[in-house]
Design a protein around this ligand. Sequence first.
Ligand code: ADP
Length: 184
Amino acid sequence: MAGEKGFTLWFTGLSGAGKTTISGLLETELRARGSKLEILDGDIVRENLSKGLGFSKEDRDTNIRRIAFVADLLSRNGVPVITAAISPYAEIRDEAHELMGDRFIEVYVKASVDTCAERDVKGLYAKAFAGEIKEFTGVSDPYEIPENPAWVCDTENESPEESAQKLVEYLEQRGLIPVAAVTA
Ligand code: ADP
């Protein structure tokens, strides 16, 4: 779509916070409006672009820098991007922000360790608490909460659908996505 504005919705939050779920809902909504979109999901990037990287600080930083590099390439060419990786370190998120300037929109997908452990959709928290996974974010590895995110998805108090809807309204208000056609 000619003239579409590129931006990067940079999701950050613990494993199981809802990054993948909410990005999927947003994708459906944005595509219904004829918008282009790419999602750089942490789990998928680690199977491809970052295959072979582990979870040391150095490897985590490399992974996030790669995601930022691709998000920058896409968003500067008018493609909206959602990144859905834990991105635990503020310093590297800030680097991505510097790279993309005002195309970078930090979204904190908020859920506590306790909430994520209760959900434990992938069974990873049980393993992490049992000491079977080393360097697990929020349990045995750091997660630095964003100090000044552009937006917060409060997943402990709203459904994934509500989080996605509110984000859509936020993007509309910023003039970044086409307003939905009125039906009926
Ligand atoms: P992440 O990508 O952050 O690791 P996922 O989206 O893979 O997280 O998993 C989040 C899980 O939590 C999903 O199974 C989702 O259905 C569940 N969930 C429960 N409540 C919410 C909520 N309010 N927002 C997002 N996800 C939620």
